[in-house]
Design a protein around this ligand. Structure first.
Ligand SMILES: C[S@@+](CC[C@H](N)C(=O)[O-])C[C@H]1O[C@@H](n2cnc3c(N)ncnc32)[C@H](O)[C@@H]1O
Length: 270
């Protein structure tokens, strides 16, 4: 990885570490699309219903930094194994854990220690026993091939400095027939990289967003089929929060058992 990419990733980590600490100390954190304060717009677009929010620990809701509700489309079933990429304070992990029930399992993957600690505390408060939080990068997922039924993610892939690696890793760890239900910020195709950067910071989930065409091409290149990218609400001018769905074909063959890049900084949390 280039030095520039490494630095950018470190800026992302620092920003979300601060956001986690703010929540842990009772402040509201809102980073995607804004400046880690309570005054910035909520990019989730109010897509979690009141019943879902009120059933969770307050810190899990306060730490919600997503740009949509991936569970609205993931159609989780009892007994399934789910992976949340960039799980933050754990809101989508905890909601998924209820849906898959005790026979199911939900992994939350995040690179930021402070977020993992917050998520683990939230899981304990919620009494969730079918969840595991993993430390690592979404570009080198610390799970074996063909392990999960569904991958969800909420406003994280735009933050990655190596999106092709994320797509390849999602394909590797999904079981054949497995599916994606992702919320992310996506730019209209005519916007140049510079125009995206004018609309918001990289660490604020705007400058690093792919266009609709780039997202579709990246997923197709990794082997996904049935790709649908549906805008839900505006995140910035000509940029949208969107729901991304795709499937790993039943007959897909994955040749790599483990991540390409070793996740040596990884390990398990909880
Ligand atoms: C915008 S927050 C979203 C958190 C959570 N999905 C939610 O909806 O509240 C982004 C999260 O992704 C994590 N993250 C960003 N880039 C990552 C990467 N390359 N690998 C692992 N985690 C990453 C950050 O630490 C942070 O917790």
């Amino acid at each position: 990885m280039s030095e520039q990419a490494r630095e950018l990733r470190e800026q992302v980590r620092e920003r979300y570490a601060q956001a986690a600490v703010r929540v842990s100390t009772g402040a509201v954190a809102s980073c995607c699309g804004g400046g880690c304060s309570s005054e910035v717009p909520d990019l989730t677009g109010g897509l979690y219903d009141e019943g879902e929010r009120s059933s969770l620990p307050a810190e899990a809701v306060l730490a919600s930094l997503g740009c949509g509700n991936p569970l609205a489309v993931a159609e989780l079933r009892e007994g399934e194994t789910v992976l949340d990429l960039g799980s933050g304070g754990g809101i989508d992990v905890l909601l998924s854990a209820r849906r898959v029930g005790p026979a199911g399992k939900v992994y939350g993957l995040d690179m930021t220690e402070e977020m993992l600690a917050l998520a683990q505390a939230n899981a304990e408060k919620a009494g969730a026993t079918n969840v595991d939080f993993l430390k690592g990068h979404i570009e080198a997922i610390p799970l074996p091939a063909n392990r999960v039924d569904v991958i969800i993610s909420n406003c994280v892939i735009n933050l990655s400095v190596d999106k092709p690696a994320v797509f390849a890793e999602m394909f590797r760890v999904l079981k054949p027939g497995g599916r994606l239900g992702i919320s992310d910020v996506v730019a209209e195709d005519q916007l140049t990289a510079a125009e995206r950067a004018e609309r918001g910071e990289y660490t604020g989930c705007i400058a690093g967003a792919l266009s609709f065409a780039e997202y579709r091409a990246g997923l197709a290149e990794a082997g996904f089929t049935g790709i649908e990218i549906t805008p839900t609400h505006e995140a910035a001018e000509n940029m949208h929060s969107a729901i991304v769905r795709a499937t790993k074909p039943e007959d897909a063959v994955v040749r790599r058992e483990l991540p390409l890049v070793s996740s040596t900084e990884g390990g398990c949390c909880g």
